[in-house]
Write a protein that binds this ligand. Structure first.
Ligand code: SF4
Ligand code: SF4
Length: 315
């Protein structure tokens, strides 16, 4: 296909941006190696066919099941080359009649940050620099000031400290998510089960969503993620915990690779105090519904009309 100024816009903004880099990489790489396989610093040894296939890959929501399967197989080959392990990329779909919600009992939270560790182990985040989806805020008892709270209290200190309480914040999977509206290329959206996801292959890394999120939930890969081989979680999902790349935004997905298969999120599983309650808001017999109906719950920054599906309460 010959690209001209007339047909280039049909590729979409993201592909147009990538086309420049791809053309240069393929041209120079092929000239230099004379082979059909290109070694790139970020991708391991990826075949030219896979690079071209990845370049022409469409938005997740426009791909057919066959195209999604091909994209998954390309990713699995790439991860094998990069990490020397078999990474399984699934594509669990939203379940019917399910809308996920989360509640956190702040009187049980002791500030141990075990949820943070569980999350990073499950979700293949960069280990150095550390990229974490959960920000545990330390605050003075009797006050609720998110802006002056300390998210960097030393892990070495004994917690809970006298006079302090702890409030973990992660993506609130808002019903009315400002991050989704801010994305210029629609790389992020809310799924029918309420989970806000990103198509990491479609994200152009503009960071508009991070600016729009009032909960500090979006995390950007400024450098190539450092994911040591022995820390790779090989059970992944396309829209959730598959390994990401430099220049891509990422976030909590309520562990879609687990929750859509009936398992609890890793942060809930890791919490030693039972402070976390996760479940289906549409199920009247679920524990999350019990909490919402019987506890004095509140949400953060409700005045912004974001309608978070993350509640806090205390006993
Ligand atoms: S950084 Fe955020 S706003 Fe920009 S393309 Fe990626 S998901 Fe969309
Ligand atoms: S739900 Fe999953 S992705 Fe979200 S903070 Fe908890 S462990 Fe991390």
């Amino acid at each position: 296909m010959k690209f001209t100024n007339n047909n280039l816009p049909d590729l979409g903004r993201r592909k147009a941006i990538r086309l420049v880099g791809m053309g240069a990489a393929v041209g120079m790489g092929a000239l230099a190696s004379g082979s059909s396989s290109l070694a790139t610093p970020n991708m391991g040894n990826v075949s030219l066919a896979d690079q071209v296939g990845s370049f022409f890959q469409d938005h997740y929501k426009r791909m057919s099941p066959e195209e999604i399967q091909e994209a998954i197989e390309r990713l699995e080959r790439k991860y094998k080359s990069k990490y020397q392990v078999e990474v399984k990329v699934g594509d669990p779909k939203p379940l019917p009649d399910v809308l996920f919600g989360y509640a956190l009992n702040i009187s049980k939270c002791q500030g141990y940050r075990e949820c943070v560790k569980g999350c990073t182990a499950e979700n293949n985040q960069s280990k150095d620099p550390n990229l974490e989806y959960i920000r545990v805020l330390e605050m003075d008892r009797g006050q609720m000031n998110l802006e002056t709270a300390d998210p960097y209290y030393p892990s070495t200190e004994e917690v809970p400290k006298p006079g302090k309480f702890y409030l973990p914040i992660q993506c609130h999977h808002c019903e009315n998510p400002p991050c989704v509206k801010a994305c210029p290329v629609k790389a992020t959206w809310k799924e029918p089960d309420g989970i806000v996801v990103i198509d990491y292959n479609w994200c152009i890394g503009c960071r508009m969503c991070a600016n729009a999120c009032p909960y500090w939930a979006r995390k950007f890969n400024w450098t190539e993620p450092n994911l040591p081989v022995d820390t790779v979680n090989t059970q992944t999902g396309y829209l959730s915990n598959r390994p990401r790349e430099k220049g891509v935004m990422e976030k909590c997905t309520f562990c879609a690779q687990r929750s859509r298969e009936g398992r609890m999120p890793a942060c809930q599983e890791a919490c030693p105090t039972g402070a976390r309650v996760f479940g289906n808001l549409l199920d009247p017999d679920s524990e999350i519904r019990y909490v919402l109906e019987n506890k004095n719950v509140f949400r953060l920054k409700e005045e912004l009309n974001t309608e978070p599906k993350f509640w806090y309460y205390s006993d």
